[in-house]
Design a protein around this ligand. Structure first.
Ligand SMILES: [Zn+2]
Length: 342
């Protein structure tokens, strides 16, 4: 099988399109024929060796896999060859105290597909059967690969880690990202009034098309005061962000009393300084969110199937152009998702 492997870290890293012999399937694993695989910030972190875990090369990146079951290993039941599936990219153990109660995003032995084991920028990928979710008939492989990771990350933030009530003001940072574009739609679908930020006119237009009431220019120095003005100086009930760094303190400026910031990333910096006085006086919350539970992925695909959630796909690259897709994502000139189609 062909696989695009990272063979040296860097910015850019070095990739090679290789012909590999698939290993025999382990018990309870299936071989998925990859039809589409989404590219994520996580893949860039792997490329740049910016992950707080030991990394081994060569590695086939790609965690947002959609495809068909090509072969079943020993012990697999309930799945048939040809079943159309999405793959939950945080591979969980199924046995720890968290997995046993359906809170698998807290798994003590989680493993990242495409980081700690070979992922989906390849013609085939072996995965544990417990990571599979059946694709609803209405959902294409491309749509699944655009929303399996990004959409379910947003679903986890908005329905598990926090709760959105109808009429809430929700601020979405980075409207044009995979997570941002899904967050706008899900928050709107839950009845919220959405304010989104975008650094260019095109990104802000996308936010409005996806259902944001207002799109704020995040390149303006005083954008938090614009958010406060839009909410009658009250501030937002919930802010959803994945940027971190100095931006996090600015996001706190946008919060109402009792408001919550939920964060699922730190692309602009992992160490931040926060002004604690207004934070506790206004009784605000800062909530971490990581990955998703299986139920979030199922819910995401249900939303997609009935049209409440739509993918935003910027471009689809063939497998041999995977390095160009990494470069495009790094350039930040992307609207929605980049996909690889082997
Ligand atoms: Zn577990």
């Amino acid at each position: 099988m062909k696989a695009c492997q990272l063979i040296a870290h860097g910015q850019p890293g070095r990739f090679e399109l290789r012909e590999l012999q698939p290993a025999p399937l382990a018990p309870n694993e299936v071989m998925v024929r990859v039809r589409a695989c989404g590219l994520n910030r996580l893949d860039l972190w792997l490329e740049e060796a910016c992950l707080p875990m030991p990394l081994q090369l060569p590695r086939t990146p790609g965690g947002e896999v959609a495809g068909e079951i090509y072969a079943c290993g020993p012990g697999v039941s309930g799945w048939r060859l040809g079943d159309r599936v999405a793959v939950q990219s945080n591979l969980t153990c199924g046995q720890c105290e968290y997995c046993r109660c359906g809170e698998d995003s807290f798994c003590l032995k989680g493993e990242l597909l495409g980081v700690q084991r070979d992922g989906g920028f390849a013609e085939f990928v072996p995965v544990p059967a417990r990571a599979l979710v059946l694709l609803p008939r209405e959902v294409s492989f491309e749509t699944a690969a655009a929303l399996t990771l990004a959409g379910s990350t947003a679903m986890h933030m908005l329905t598990d880690r926090t709760k959105v009530r109808a009429g809430d003001w929700v601020l979405v940072i980075g409207a044009a990202s995979g997570v941002g574009s899904a967050t706008i739609q899900i928050a709107k679908g839950l009845g919220a009034r959405v304010i989104a930020t975008g650094s260019t006119v095109t990104k802000r237009e996308l936010a409005l098309r996806l259902g944001a009431e207002v799109a704020v220019d995040s390149s303006a120095a005083d954008w938090p005061s614009e958010v406060r003005r839009l909410t009658g100086k009250r501030g937002v009930d919930l802010a959803v962000e994945h940027v971190g760094g100095p931006l996090l303190a600015r996001v706190l400026e946008c919060l109402a009393r009792g408001g919550t910031v939920v964060t699922c990333g730190a692309t602009a910096g992992r160490d931040v300084t926060l002004p604690l006085w207004p934070f506790f006086v206004k009784q605000q919350r800062l909530v971490g969110s990581y990955g998703r539970n299986r139920a979030d992925l199922v819910a995401t695909l249900d939303w997609v199937a009935d049209g409440r959630l739509k993918p935003v796909v910027d471009r689809i690259f063939p497998l041999m152009e995977t390095p160009a897709a990494f470069a495009a994502l790094r350039s930040r000139q992307v609207l929605g998702k980049l996909l690889i189609r082997p």
